[in-house]
Structures are given as structure tokens and as C-alpha cells.
Design a protein around this ligand. Structure first.
Ligand code: FAD
Length: 514
């Protein structure tokens, strides 16, 4: 009997059993399937990635392991660099095939290129299907004539042309077991660890304090529960319009909060998408892209497509869609922003939610990103991007970079003169400042009238609220009314310079951004 094959199923994102084509491919004619997750030191740096995200990842791995155990399998968690760990496993487990989900991020692409070489040397077949996005992004770009669309409208046209994405696969009902001595064999090759999901502290992180962390547990089980909870509110789904949701709602949030599950692939975008479409079909007059929930998934897909189709997408310099803007770089202002010490309660509360929960509503992200860049502090979007990347549980290379370019009016969006007011904007949805009072308890007794500009409260009011501005809570670090106008002029100058340059060199530069 041929094909007594041993295969390796390498989980990276895609931490789920449903809609997992790599898993399906690994099981085909296999006698043994070895599910593996490798904890890559690249991703375990407390200076660059917060414990809030790592905790969510570890919960997701625990959940995956427990689901695999339900199918008489298990997750083998390995520690080390994939290009050092995998060749050892190929040999020790006599692996003939490795299957993993295709990943478009630059780090993943170069990592996977190296793994393909190593697999070829070891005579191991590689299968790498697409399931992190609705479509195969490279195929989409081909369909667009080899150039990634640079506007959402042209992107949705493309999607209409190519038809609906592939259907989601059901979860497996059985899995070939791993070799029973797989872990002993791995240890014999000198691989560290006991194969189990490690704790935060063994990875060099401190335990999270009470009340710190994303409000929901990581993993496919909770992700699917949350998704179905939202989908069961059919009227809400059908009416959903993103700009109408309140960034100041926090318990519960006004949007789905599924982003961390989509980031790690605990839920399948294809499954979510098809469920949304079936609700729209049965509900006449449903909302439409770009504001509908389907529209949100298409934003994700659009930004993935431009991120693959644009060189130096994560940089200003050398990035053909990014406006060149002479940002200031004040480390003091940047740190005050990150630590929630700008003196603007709305901005500081949002940054506190970011750092403690690892999540923010889209419009709160708008507010703090605009404030840091073109609105008030004129810091480089790449610095804000890094700080978001550290703290967001859902931090995603394509989406984070794209949205930072958007908010800094560096690409996609050109109305740099439309600046969010850190005072008027939150008032629209939260006139009493409940959000601020929750995340900044020092302001909890400040009267609503002054909650977004407490420096204007008379000193007796500050005393009564037990919050003296300049002592218990900072004074504003900039004069918004003045500085945002100055910054608009600086943006105008940069835009004009880009225009002049484009005129002189016959294109390039800023075209795509307008
Ligand atoms: P919902 O409104 O419920 O939408 C459902 C899903 O659609 C989201 O989970 C997400 O996967 C996708 N989606 C929604 N809005 C966007 C968008 N504007 N762009 C791309 N996809 C979207 N999102 C990330 O997932 N990772 C990031 O690193 C990230 N960085 C951002 C940085 C900035 C400066 C800004 C302004 C936005 C960023 N976003 C990022 C996009 C957006 O804010 C979040 O996806 C959204 O707020 C997540 O909440 P939700 O799951 O409740 O969204």
C-alpha cells in the first residue's frame, strides 16, 4: 500500500479548523498529519509587540489545540526560527508534504521563500492555498490587468466582475493522527519545549494586570460565537452603516470587534462574507458597500490588494502612492500621545483604550491618527503606525499601513483640510463624556460641560472635581485651534510641491493619492 505519508500542517495565521484548505490538503492520502505552530522569536519582542496581543494569540492556540484533541490530534507548539525548526521536523517525522496558508505580508513572503527552498532540498512537497483573504490577491491583480486598483470604487467594480469569492469549507470531521512519538522525535533533534502552548511569562512577558486585555477570549470557538451573535441580529446587520456607529460606545462596542479574530484567522472572511450576503438577500433595502458590513470586508480586501501591488507600501520614501511630507519628529510629543498625556481627554482616553484593551473603534483610530499627524502634532505616520502595531490585537501589516496613509492624507484620501476636532467630534455621540470618564477616571467628576476641554473649567470647578489641570491631568500640549490651521498650510505646501514635481517629471508621485 503506497502513500503511507507523513504530512506537516503548519499554522501561522488561519488558527481555525473551519474553512482551512491547507488542512484539507494535509489530510489527503496521509497516514499521519502533524499540526504545528512555531513560536518565532521575530514576533516575541515585548518592546515591539504588547502582551495583550500575545495573550490573545496564546488563547487562540489553546483553543486550536483543544479542537484538534477533539479529533484525536493535537497542536505541536515549537519554539525557534521556522527555517531552523522545520528541516529538523521534516527529517525526524519523515515528512513528505507541508501545507500552510498563503500569506502576503513581506516578512511572511521571504520566510516562506526560504522554507520552500528547504522543503525542496528535503524532497518535501509544498501546498500553500489562499484562505486569509476572500480572493487570491495575486489573481485579482492579474484580473485587473496587472495593476492593483487604487480606489475603492474601482476595486469593487473589479470584484463585481470576477464574481463571488470561493465558498468556505466545512470543518473536518476526522484527522489522520500524528505519530505517537512525534514529540520525543522532535526533542531528539534538539528542539526545545514540551510541545504545549507556553505561558506569557515563559515568553518574556509579564502577566497582564486585572482589567487589561481584549474583552473577549482569543480563538476559533469564541470568534465563531461572536460572529454568530452579530449575525443573529439580522436587522442590525442589514442596516449597518459604519459612519453611523459611535466610536465612544465601549460596552458593548458599536461594531463587531471581530478584527482580532480576522487578523489571526480564527474566523474565515469567506464564511463571514457568505453569511452577510445571505442576510442581505433576505432583507430588501440592506445597506451597501462602502458602509455596510460586507463593505468593511471589502475595505480589508482592497487594502490587501494595494499592499501587494505597491512597492515599499510600509514606507513614505520610495512608495509611489505616498505623498512626501516633511513631518516633524518630536519624540516628546510622540510619547505624550502614546502614553495618553496630550491634555485632550478624548485623545488620551482613546490611547488608554488602545494600550489597555488592544482595540479601538475605527473612528477613534481616525481621531488619534489625525491628531498625531496632519491635525495637531505633525509627527510621521510611520511612528504612529509602529505604536499601533505594538498595541493593537488586530494589528495587520496591510491594514495598519494603509489606514495610516489614509488618515495622514498621504494616500487614498486627499482632503487634508478636513481635520477632526478633539473637542467637537466626540461630543456628537457622547455629550456627557462617559467614554472619557471610564478610561480616564481622574476626570470622572469633571462636569460634562468641560469634559472635552477641562482646562477651561474655573479653578473652583477643578477643585470640586478633584482634578487640577496641570497637576492631576495635563494641560493641552498644543493649541488645537491655532496649530491645525498652521498644519493645513504645511500640508498644502507639500501637496503643491508634489504637484509641481509630478508636472515636471511626467507623473509618478502623488497621482494615485488624489
Ligand atoms: P467592523 O466595522 O465590525 O468590520 C468588520 C471587519 O472589516 C473588521 O474586523 C476588519 O477586518 C474589516 N475592516 C473594517 N474597517 C476596515 C478598514 N478601514 N480597513 C480595513 N479593514 C477594515 N484594522 C485591522 O484589522 N488591523 C489594523 O492594524 C488596523 N489599523 C488601523 C489603523 C488606523 C490608523 C485606522 C484608522 C484603522 C485601522 N484598521 C485596522 C481598520 C479598522 O479601524 C478596524 O478594522 C476596525 O475598527 C475593527 O473593528 P471591528 O472588527 O469592530 O470592525
Amino acid at each position: 500500500q503506497m502513500s503511507a505519508e507523513s504530512t506537516l500542517l503548519w499554522f501561522r495565521k488561519g488558527l481555525r479548523l473551519h474553512d482551512n484548505p491547507a488542512l484539507e490538503a494535509a489530510c489527503k492520502n496521509a497516514k499521519h498529519v502533524h499540526p504545528v505552530f512555531i513560536i518565532d522569536p521575530w514576533f516575541m519582542n515585548p518592546d515591539k509587540i504588547s502582551g495583550v496581543r500575545i495573550k490573545f494569540l496564546l488563547e487562540s492556540l489553546e483553543d486550536l489545540d483543544s479542537s484538534l484533541r477533539g479529533l484525536n490530534s493535537k497542536l505541536h507548539v515549537m519554539l525557534g526560527k521556522p527555517d531552523e525548526v522545520l528541516p529538523k521536523l521534516f527529517e525526524q517525522w519523515n515528512v513528505k508534504r507541508i501545507c500552510y496558508e498563503y500569506d502576503t505580508e513581506p516578512y511572511a513572503v521571504s520566510r516562506d521563500e526560504r522554507i520552500k527552498e528547504l522543503a525542496a532540498e528535503a524532497g518535501v512537497e509544498v501546498i500553500s492555498p489562499v484562505s486569509h483573504t476572500l480572493y487570491d490577491i495575486d489573481w485579482l491583480i492579474q484580473k485587473a490587468g496587472g495593476k492593483a486598483p487604487l480606489t475603492y470604487q474601482s476595486f469593487t467594480k473589479l470584484v463585481d466582475q470576477v464574481g463571488p469569492p470561493p465558498a468556505a469549507l466545512p470543518p473536518p470531521t476526522a484527522l489522520p493522527p500524528p505519530k505517537s512519538d512525534a514529540l520525543r522525535l522532535a526533542a531528539e533533534a534538539g528542539l526545545p519545549g514540551d510541545g504545549c502552548v507556553p505561558s506569557l511569562t515563559t515568553l518574556g512577558y509579564s502577566e497582564l494586570a486585572d482589567g487589561i486585555g481584549f474583552p473577549f477570549t482569543g480563538g476559533e470557538t469564541t470568534g465563531l460565537q461572536q460572529m454568530h451573535k452579530h449575525l443573529s441580529r439580522k436587522a442590525w446587520v442589514a442596516k449597518f452603516e459604519k459612519p453611523m456607529t459611535a466610536p465612544t460606545d465601549f460596552d458593548p462596542a458599536a461594531t463587531t470587534q471581530l478584527s482580532p479574530y480576522l487578523k489571526f484567522g480564527c474566523i474565515s472572511p469567506r464564511l463571514f462574507h457568505s453569511e452577510l450576503v445571505s442576510i442581505y438577500r433576505s432583507t430588501p433595502g440592506s445597506s451597501k458597500p462602502p458602509v455596510s458590513l460586507e463593505g468593511q470586508l471589502l475595505w480589508r480586501e482592497f487594502f490587501y490588494t494595494t499592499s501587494v501591488g505597491t512597492p515599499n507600501f510600509d514606507k513614505m520614501v520610495g512608495n509611489p502612492i505616498c505623498k512626501q511630507i516633511p513631518w516633524d519628529n518630536s519624540p516628546e510629543l510622540l510619547t505624550a500621545w502614546e502614553e495618553g498625556r496630550t491634555g485632550f481627554p478624548w485623545i488620551d482616553a482613546a490611547m488608554t483604550q488602545l494600550v489597555t484593551q488592544g482595540w479601538l473603534h475605527h473612528l477613534a483610530r481616525h481621531a488619534v491618527a489625525c491628531f498625531l499627524t496632519r491635525g495637531d502634532l505633525f509627527c510621521h505616520w510611520e511612528r504612529g503606525r509602529d505604536i499601533f502595531d505594538k498595541h493593537l490585537v488586530d494589528s495587520d501589516w496591510a491594514l495598519n499601513n494603509a489606514n495610516w496613509m489614509w488618515l495622514s492624507a498621504s494616500a487614498f484620501f486627499a482632503q487634508y483640510f478636513r481635520v477632526y476636532s478633539p473637542i467637537a467630534f466626540p461630543k456628537k455621540t457622547d455629550p456627557d463624556g462617559k467614554y472619557v470618564k471610564h478610561f480616564l477616571p481622574v476626570l470622572k467628576d469633571m462636569p460634562s460641560k468641560y469634559i472635552y476641554e477641562p482646562w477651561t473649567a474655573p479653578i473652583e470647578v477643578q477643585k470640586k472635581a478633584k482634578c487640577i489641570i496641570g497637576k492631576d491631568y495635563p494641560k493641552p500640549i498644543v493649541d488645537h485651534a491655532m496649530i491645525h490651521k498652521e498644519n493645513i498650510s504645511r500640508m498644502a505646501a507639500a501637496y503643491n510641491a508634489a504637484k509641481a514635481l509630478a508636472g515636471g517629471s511626467g507623473g509618478g508621485g502623488g497621482k494615485g493619492a488624489s
